[in-house]
Design a protein around this ligand. Structure first.
Ligand code: SF4
Ligand code: SF4
Length: 116
């Protein structure tokens, strides 16, 4: 999975949370080529659209190291389904309104790190 999320990093309002966006982009750069993604069988994270304040927040979008989120119709949404999620867990902790319900993907699917 090469060059993950680099293009997507530049979507949205470039004026908000610039430092956080740079952090997410740097993590993607550092992890490029260091993991494999086994296709996931279900969406293991969900966003409660009623709670999500979307564009006014955009923290998950800015911080996600996988570039997994985008803002659609003013709410957080998946840019590529779960394909780009790297299972770091950050989004569930940074969401200020607890709109993200988080779980690992099914066993045998998802991220396999290759640190050697
Ligand atoms: S768990 Fe990490 S990689 Fe996955 S969507 Fe949340 S912030 Fe992005
Ligand atoms: S961090 Fe939470 S409130 Fe903010 S955009 Fe993401 S899901 Fe919505």
């Amino acid at each position: 999975m090469g060059n993950m999320g680099q293009k997507e990093y530049y979507r949205g309002n470039p004026g908000s949370l610039t430092g956080a966006k740079l952090c997410g982009a740097k993590v993607r750069e550092l992890l490029d080529g260091k993991f494999e993604m086994i296709p996931k069988t279900k969406e293991h994270i969900s966003v409660d659209k009623d709670k999500c304040v979307g564009e006014a927040c955009s923290i998950c979008y800015s911080l996600c190291p996988g570039g997994a989120f985008e803002i659609v119709d003013g709410k957080a949404a998946w840019a590529f389904g779960m394909t780009n999620c790297m299972e770091c867990g950050i989004c569930q902790y940074v969401c200020p309104v607890a709109a993200i319900d988080w779980a690992y993907p099914e066993a045998g699917t998802g991220v396999i790190l290759k640190w050697s």
